[in-house]
Design a protein around this ligand. Structure first.
Ligand code: BDR
Ligand code: CA
Length: 313
């Protein structure tokens, strides 16, 4: 089967970095057309830089990187340096990129690519706030029916929130954008905190990355070393949750994951619960299903896949 064409929309972020590395290491399954950067974990200039740092770490300097929106639709940007560090990629000491950023705006790239490639052949993989994707849908509503699928990291139901008591970071930062995406009619698969909090980098799993002995394996171990201090303090968990790699792992091996096709609505109004993903997990309404909401994964299988793929870079 031909590799699936994907555009990774991202705000790196250590866990974004691992998600991107997993995709770049899997050319039989995934054809990474481009990375599109968005403001999120850190401001846009840093996410656009970090996306190129990761391509260079993977020796994939031909992957085009585009910069997109520098702030949410109609709100001020909220960032997460308290989790990811000042650079967004704190942990390893990686060189500044030499590969250029493309001139075209990421939103224009997304629209142009969806219009020029065969309909139903491009999957979008948002790993940050949904600003670029929603802006593209607003400007060019015709592209919605041309998207094969959106597989995104965002939201929570049982785990509720990580940036507020009610909301997960990616959805909280730009709830209006999330609302547009969830109402788009596109086939959506969601990786909420409910599943990503089960993808924990325990010490043996991190040792396995480091033991690869490659620049990529060592950098990933250093990234998760940095990233885990936050979650260990906050949740008392065994290690860092690899949120965003759930998206690219799903595209490589969906059988690692289970979920439900349900209705998911985004709270945009309430100051108390802004950005909440109101997921009808128990199907207590007759609102129509609009997303496959993932709840569980085979964590050992996930880490075996990830380690085996990182070894290829
Ligand atoms: C999400 O927010 C970011 O901090 C991570 O990169 C991930 O995409 C988790 O809530
Ligand atoms: Ca992210």
């Amino acid at each position: 089967m031909a590799a699936r064409k994907i555009i990774i929309d991202t705000d790196p972020g250590q866990d974004d970095a691992v998600a991107i590395l997993l995709a770049l290491a899997s050319p039989e399954e995934l054809d990474v057309l481009a990375l599109t950067a968005v403001a999120g974990n850190v401001p846009l200039d840093l996410t656009a830089k970090n996306a190129r740092v990761i391509c260079e770490l993977a020796n994939k300097v031909d992957v085009p990187v585009y910069a997109g929106c520098d702030r949410p639709i109609g709100r001020d940007l909220v960032t997460a340096e308290h989790v990811h560090g000042k650079t967004g990629l704190d942990g390893p000491d990686l060189p500044d990129p030499t590969m250029p950023l493309r001139d075209e705006h990421a939103v224009d790239y997304i629209i142009d690519t969806l219009r020029s490639e065969a309909s139903g052949t491009i999957t979008l993989c948002p790993l940050g706030p949904l600003t670029n994707i929603a802006t593209a849908l607003q400007r060019a509503p015709d592209i919605a029916e041309r998207v094969q699928q959106i597989v995104l990291m965002g939201g929570a139901y049982f785990e509720v929130g990580n940036i507020t008591p009610a909301a997960e970071f990616n959805i909280y930062v730009d709830p209006e954008a999330a609302d547009i995406v969830f109402k788009s009619g596109i086939d959506i698969v969601v990786m909420p905190l409910d599943v990503t909090h089960k993808a924990l980098v325990t010490k043996p799993r991190n040792d396995a990355f480091r033991a690869l002995g490659t620049p990529t394996g060592i950098a990933v171990a250093q990234m998760t070393d940095f990233f885990e201090r936050f979650d260990k303090e906050k949740y008392g968990s065994e290690g860092a949750p690899l949120h965003d790699p759930c998206v690219t792992a799903y595209l490589i091996d969906p059988d690692l994951f289970t979920g439900r096709h349900i209705n998911v609505e985004i709270e945009t109004q309430s100051p108390l619960t802004r950005g909440m993903t109101v997921a009808d997990w128990w199907r207590v309404t007759d609102r129509p299903p609009n997303a496959t909401f993932i709840g569980d994964l085979d964590a050992d299988g996930f880490f075996a896949l990830l380690t085996e793929r990182l070894a290829r870079l």
